[in-house]
Design a protein around this ligand. Structure first.
Ligand SMILES: Cc1cc2nc3c(=O)[nH]c(=O)nc-3n(C[C@H](O)[C@H](O)[C@H](O)COP(=O)(O)OP(=O)(O)OC[C@H]3O[C@@H](n4cnc5c(N)ncnc54)[C@H](O)[C@@H]3O)c2cc1C
Ligand SMILES: *[C@@H]1O[C@H](CO)[C@@H](O)[C@H](O)[C@H]1NC(C)=O
Ligand SMILES: *[C@@H]1O[C@H](CO)[C@@H](O)[C@H](O)[C@H]1NC(C)=O
Ligand SMILES: *[C@@H]1O[C@H](CO)[C@@H](O)[C@H](O)[C@H]1NC(C)=O
Ligand SMILES: *[C@@H]1O[C@H](CO)[C@@H](O)[C@H](O)[C@H]1NC(C)=O
Ligand SMILES: *[C@@H]1O[C@H](CO)[C@@H](O)[C@H](O)[C@H]1NC(C)=O
Ligand SMILES: *[C@@H]1O[C@H](CO)[C@@H](O)[C@H](O)[C@H]1NC(C)=O
Length: 493
């Protein structure tokens, strides 16, 4: 018995190292070929820029050692590149802003990294009131360029994050209660398909692909080169950051509930609460913004009588407000998402779990172990705005809800499993509590989800079938499912 286990384990080892060397061989051959023939430079490990380019990804958990890195500059060039990689059976990864913390989501070992950062143009078409933006841009550049026309788009809340990944993962914006998710505001995707063809997907052309790309991520059709986004004339807002002590957390949960359950929630208001239960130096941060130049609007009244440690709210431009938001810098990080409806009893239970779960001590015991609780209120108006703009693949129910995210940070790669396990265990407890209270929302927000969470499964069976039908039509050989190993995948069985 012991012997047969040994033998089969050895067989497995041989098989996987053989498969690996085949992958390595195909990738090296492709990189050599491309270096000789391709218009853009092929960056090899021996090149000076290589290390910098392989570590663009926001956190170390997403760093890797690609066989080579290529930064195509046009859709035609990208088309040639994809055709070559597919013909030679080479594994590849696609990276826009590199802000996904998922290991090998937007980076690769033994394969080619396609870096989209040269797709960086912003054009504003005043006659149609749309902006055409390259997928390799960061949101900050998009907003700054659109400022000259006094318009903005529904986009990311932190300027450094990439356009491509955020929009394809649906995208939560401070404008979402007003106009829907980022993907709901994409009126056209320009896409390079697996066979190298360059197509447009919008309400008239390839509408099934347009629908599927609104939430479908990178896994079933192609690489998006440009997004055409609705533009909106919003410039001056009131907003900023209010900082509270951890002791105010119970009062802040009450304020949050009140804010989420008023008779008519004003869609011009948006906020995100972040609490750091293991770090009283930071405490609780609430980013709040009102999309009109109105000081201290009444929609945030439930928060105003809780005393702050610092408060930067003021009248300013939306871009200045966004520029004042920053993200932590942590070497290793993951996050886990879940959703539920606002409810006094449930919020009471969550308060206890999120401040006293024993898993918090496991995280605290890690080198630089930290956790952030992110509370994101979503109004039914956001989901309805998505339906009004043609619908998406997400399967969201039209209700008021909270999208919760737990960010976990740590230092050493040896602690990867402990950090992730502890956090996923807290998420499970929250889901159990939400289900017990009959307030669970069967939705996992992709952009805040760990790659191990079954995001697309939760879009619902009907939507998964529609995604598979689109996959069959646009990527019949399942190139993006098989040759692009990273990111969220359509469940295969
Ligand atoms: C500091 C910070 C703030 C954030 N704020 C927000 C926020 O306000 N709202 C929100 O919704 N999310 C937010 N996120 C989450 C963010 O949207 C995701 O991490 C997203 O994946 C980042 O996009 P990216 O282009 O930088 O990612 P990447 O890591 O480059 O890509 C992520 C995934 O998308 C795929 N992909 C990227 N570009 C393309 C393309 N052009 N074609 C096909 N596939 C592609 C990649 O292969 C990868 O699987 C934030 C993340 C961070 C780190
Ligand atoms: C890495 O690239 C970035 C972006 O191009 C640049 O700002 C930075 O200086 C580079 N760093 C090194 C060490 O080359
Ligand atoms: C933008 O707004 C400013 C201030 O109101 C105004 O001076 C400027 O002309 C506007 N620009 C455009 C392109 O509308
Ligand atoms: C969402 O909450 C608002 C109050 O903010 C309420 O008027 C509305 O009926 C709720 N919508 C749904 C679909 O539950
Ligand atoms: C708390 O956060 C501050 C500011 O980021 C940091 O300097 C400090 O080390 C953190 N403390 C703990 C216990 O993690
Ligand atoms: C803030 O005011 C609300 C009513 O306006 C009250 O219910 C709540 O207890 C107050 N909170 C604090 C911390 O004073
Ligand atoms: C993490 O969880 C998995 C699955 O439950 C388990 O197999 C593994 O031993 C755990 N690892 C750690 C370090 O806790």
């Amino acid at each position: 018995m012991a012997r047969s286990i040994t033998w089969s384990a050895l067989g497995c080892l041989l098989l996987s190292s053989r498969a690996l060397s085949l992958e390595q061989g195909a990738a090296s051959a492709a990189c050599q070929y491309l270096e000789g023939t391709f218009a853009t430079e092929t960056v090899l490990p021996t090149d000076e820029q290589y290390q910098n380019l392989s570590e663009v990804n926001w956190v170390q958990t997403a760093w890797a050692s690609p066989t080579c890195i290529i930064q195509p500059t046009t859709a035609e060039e990208l088309s040639e590149l994809v055709k070559h990689l597919v013909a030679q059976d080479v594994h590849f990864a696609v990276r826009s802003g590199g802000h996904s913390p998922a290991p090998l989501g937007a980076n690769i070992n033994d394969g080619v990294l396609v870096d989209m950062s040269k797709f960086n143009a912003v054009e504003y078409d005043a006659s149609r009131n749309v902006a055409v933006v390259g997928s390799g841009l960061r949101w900050g550049e998009v907003y700054r360029q659109l400022d000259q026309y006094n318009v903005t788009v529904v986009g990311g809340r932190i300027l450094d994050v990439g356009v491509g990944g955020l929009a394809l993962g649906s995208g939560l914006s401070y404008l979402t209660d007003l106009y829907g998710l980022v993907c709901d505001n994409v009126v056209n995707f320009e896409v390079v398909l697996a066979d190298g063809s360059i197509v447009n997907a919008n309400a008239q052309s390839n509408p099934d692909l347009w629908w599927a790309l609104k939430g479908g991520a990178n896994n079933f059709a192609g690489i998006v080169t440009r997004f055409t986004l609705n533009a909106y004339p919003i410039v001056n807002v009131w907003g900023g950051v209010k900082v509270y002590s951890l002791e105010s957390l119970p009062a802040l949960f009450d304020a949050m509930l009140a804010y989420q359950t008023v008779a008519q929630k004003d869609p011009y208001a948006n906020l995100m609460l972040q609490a750091f239960p293991l770090n009283s130096t930071i405490g609780v941060i609430v980013n709040m913004v009102y999309m009109k130049p109105v000081e201290s609007p009444s929609v945030f009244a439930p928060f105003y009588n809780i005393s702050t440690l610092a408060d930067t709210t003021k009248l300013q431009t939306l871009t200045d407000f966004l520029a004042s938001q920053s993200a932590a810098e942590l070497p290793r990080l993951d996050w886990f998402a879940t959703s539920f409806k606002p409810d006094a009893d449930l919020y009471g239970t969550l308060k206890t779990i999120l401040t006293s779960a024993p898993e918090l001590d496991q995280i605290k015991a890690l080198t630089a172990g930290s956790i952030a609780i992110g509370w994101q209120p979503i109004s039914a108006s956001a989901i309805e705005a998505g339906h009004a703009r043609g619908g998406n693949a997400l399967g969201l129910e039209s209700s008021n809800q909270t999208w919760l995210v737990l960010d976990v940070g740590w230092w050493d790669s040896e602690d990867d499993a402990t950090a992730r396990n502890a956090t996923s265990s807290i998420i499970n407890k929250i889901e159990d509590a939400a289900k017990g209270a009959d307030k669970y929302v069967d939705y996992i927000f992709m952009n805040d989800a760990s790659v191990e969470q079954p995001v697309i499964e939760h879009y619902g069976a009907e939507n998964v079938d529609k995604l598979k039908a689109a996959q069959k039509r646009y990527d019949p050989n399942l190139v993006f499912q098989n040759l692009v190993p990273g990111g969220f995948k359509i469940p295969s069985a």
